[in-house]
Ligand binder design. Structure first.
Ligand code: GCU
Ligand code: CA
Length: 477
C-alpha cells in the first residue's frame, strides 16, 4: 500500500533561483543532428545523375528511371531514436510519383506521396518519420509505379534532439480513442517517460541540462511535473508554484516532450479538500497553455481513504474548469487506493467500470511499485486496460515508499504488459533523492552530468535502458 513520502530535503524555490525562469532555447546535445545527404552521392539503381533542371543542391539530382523499382539508397549515420526523413524532390508532371520507403529493411511507408510540383525546376519536400538505429542506417526510396519516382535531390535526416522527430512533432495533439491513447493520425501509441520528485524539494533536478538529457540521451516521451499541494507545496505559495509550473511547461515543451501537469494531492486523500485550489490553478494553466498540443492534466495524484463515488464527483467538478480553456486535452483521473484502481483501498477496477466519470477524452490513472505490488495489481491493470482507458502516471521498480530493493523481474512483467497493450507509463522519479527510486545518486543535481550512466543508481540504469530500447515507433499513417 502506498504511503506518503517522507521529506528529507528542503530547498525553497526562491533559494534555488528558479522562480520565473523563462523559456530557454534548446541547446542541442552531442547526438543532435540534422544532416543532408545528396542523392547524387548515394547508391542509384535504375536511374542517372543529372543537373539539367536548376534549383538542386550539391552537384545534381537523380533522375529515376520511369519504372517500378528504380531507387536511391542512402546510408546515413544517425543516433538511435525517432527521426524525420525529408526528401527533396521535383516532379514536373501532374501525377503523383509514389515511392516505397524502407529503413534497415523495414517498410516505413508503402507509398510516400511525391505530388506534381509544377515544374522540374520546382523543388519541394516529402517527409516521413522512422525509427533509426545508432550508427549506419540503410534508407531506400523505390518507385512503386511504372511512371517511376520524381527527380530526387537529397535526403535530410532530422533526429529528435533537433526537433524533427520529437514525440510531440510526430504525434501532435493526443486524444483518447476507445480504451487507447491515440496520436494525431488516430493511431494508438504508448508514451514512456519520467516523473519529477516533488518540485518543492528537488527543483534543482529540473534544469536545462537535465531536460536536455531526458529528451536526448534518455529519449523520454514525457515528463510529469509533480507539484505537491501540501507538505510545503502549492498551498504555501500558489503564485510562486504556478509561475514555476508555467516556466517548466515551456522548458519541457521546447524539447518536444509531452507534459503531465500533476496536481500531487496525497494527504489528505480526499481530493475535494483541494478543489477550490485546483480550480484556481488549472484555470490559469489551461488558459496559458491550452493551445499547446502537448499538455496532459493529471488532476488528482493519489486519492486514498475516499470512496470512488466521491472521487468521481471531484473529477466531474474539475474537468469543466480545464475544458473551458483547453477543450481537446486528455485529462488523467486519479483512482481510489492511491491510484491503484481501488485495490489498495479494498476495492477494484469494477468500481470505476460500473461508475465511470461522465466526460469524454479522459483516462484513469494506475500507480504501482513492483517491489510491493504483485500479481493482484498486475492482473488488475491487465483487466482494466481492456475496459477503460488507463495511463500509468507513476510507477517504481522498488517498494511503495519509492525506496527499498528493486524487483526488476516483476517490473519487466509490468513493462511487457504495458508494451503489449500500449499502456503509457511514467517512472518515479527523476531526482537525486537518496531513496533507491530516485534515478540519480545524491548530489548529482544541479550540476549533473545527467546523460550517460555515471551518476545513476541501479533503478536509473534500468529505466533509462527501457526508455531507449526499444526506440519509439510511433505510427504516422
Ligand atoms: C523529363 C525530365 C526528367 C524527368 C523525366 C520523368 O525527361 O527532364 O528530369 O526525370 O521527365 O518524367 O521522369
Ligand atoms: Ca525520371
Amino acid at each position: 500500500m502506498k504511503r506518503p513520502r517522507v521529506r528529507t530535503q528542503i530547498a525553497t524555490l526562491a533559494a534555488a533561483g528558479l522562480v520565473g525562469a523563462g523559456l530557454t532555447v534548446f541547446a542541442a546535445g552531442a547526438d543532435a543532428a540534422t544532416t543532408t545527404h545528396e542523392a547524387e552521392s548515394a547508391t542509384v539503381t535504375a536511374g542517372v545523375v543529372e543537373s539539367n533542371h536548376a534549383g538542386f543542391t550539391g552537384t545534381g539530382f537523380v533522375n529515376t528511371d520511369n519504372a517500378v523499382g528504380s531507387s536511391v539508397q542512402w546510408s546515413p549515420q544517425a543516433a538511435a531514436g525517432t527521426a524525420t526523413l525529408r526528401f527533396r524532390f521535383a516532379n514536373g508532371t501532374a501525377v503523383n510519383r509514389p515511392m516505397r520507403i524502407t529503413v534497415n529493411g523495414t517498410e516505413v511507408s508503402p507509398a510516400l506521396t511525391f505530388p506534381g510540383t509544377g515544374a522540374w525546376t520546382t523543388w519541394q519536400d516529402a517527409t516521413v518519420t522512422a525509427t533509426l538505429k545508432a550508427g549506419a542506417n540503410t534508407i531506400v526510396a523505390a518507385s512503386t509505379t511504372a511512371t517511376g519516382g520524381p527527380n530526387l535531390d537529397s535526403l535530410t535526416v532530422i533526429d529528435r534532439a533537433t526537433g524533427g522527430g520529437t514525440p510531440v512533432a510526430v504525434n501532435g495533439q493526443l486524444r483518447v480513442c476507445g480504451v487507447k491513447l491515440c496520436n494525431q493520425y488516430g493511431r494508438p501509441i504508448q508514451l514512456r517517460g519520467m516523473s519529477t520528485h516533488g518540485l518543492q524539494w528537488y527543483p534543482n533536478c529540473v534544469n536545462n541540462a537535465s531536460l536536455d538529457a531526458l529528451a536526448g540521451d534518455w529519449q523520454a516521451d514525457h515528463l510529469r511535473l509533480s507539484m505537491y499541494i501540501q507538505e510545503g507545496g502549492y498551498e504555501t505559495n500558489p503564485r510562486q508554484f504556478t509561475d514555476r509550473m508555467h516556466a517548466l511547461i515551456e522548458q519541457v515543451s521546447a524539447r518536444g516532450m509531452y507534459v503531465i501537469v500533476d496536481w500531487h494531492q496525497l494527504t489528505p486523500g480526499d481530493p475535494h479538500y483541494n478543489l477550490e485550489r485546483a480550480r484556481t490553478f488549472f484555470a490559469e494553466i489551461a488558459q496559458r497553455h491550452g493551445s499547446k498540443p502537448n499538455i496532459l492534466y493529471d488532476v488528482a495524484n493519489e486519492p486514498n481513504g475516499t470512496p470512488w463515488s466521491r472521487i468521481k464527483t471531484y473529477h466531474e467538478a474539475i474537468i469543466p474548469t480545464i475544458r473551458a480553456a483547453d477543450p481537446d486535452a486528455v485529462i488523467l483521473l486519479g483512482t481510489h487506493g492511491w491510484g491503484s484502481l481501488g485495490v489498495s483501498d479494498g476495492g477494484s477496477e469494477a468500481d470505476v467500470i460500473n461508475n465511470p466519470v461522465n466526460a469524454t477524452n479522459i483516462m484513469y490513472t494506475f500507480h504501482f511499485y513492483a517491489g510491493s505490488h504483485g500479481t493482484e495489481y498486475l492482473n488488475t491493470l491487465s483487466r482494466a486496460a481492456d475496459r477503460i482507458p488507463v495511463f500509468v502516471t507513476e510507477f517504481g521498480t522498488q517498494t511503495a515508499s519509492g525506496d527499498g530493493a528493486n524487483n526488476f523481474t516483476r517490473s519487466q512483467q509490468y513493462l511487457d504488459l504495458m508494451a503489449q497493450k500500449k499502456i503509457s507509463w511514467t517512472n518515479w522519479n527523476y531526482s537525486d533523492d537518496s531513496r533507491s527510486g530516485a534515478v540519480f545518486n545524491s548530489g548529482t543535481c544541479p550540476g549533473g552530468p545527467f546523460a550517460g550512466t555515471s551518476r545513476l543508481k541501479p533503478a536509473g540504469v534500468w529505466i533509462r535502458d527501457h526508455l531507449k530500447s526499444p526506440a519509439d515507433a510511433f505510427p504516422t499513417a
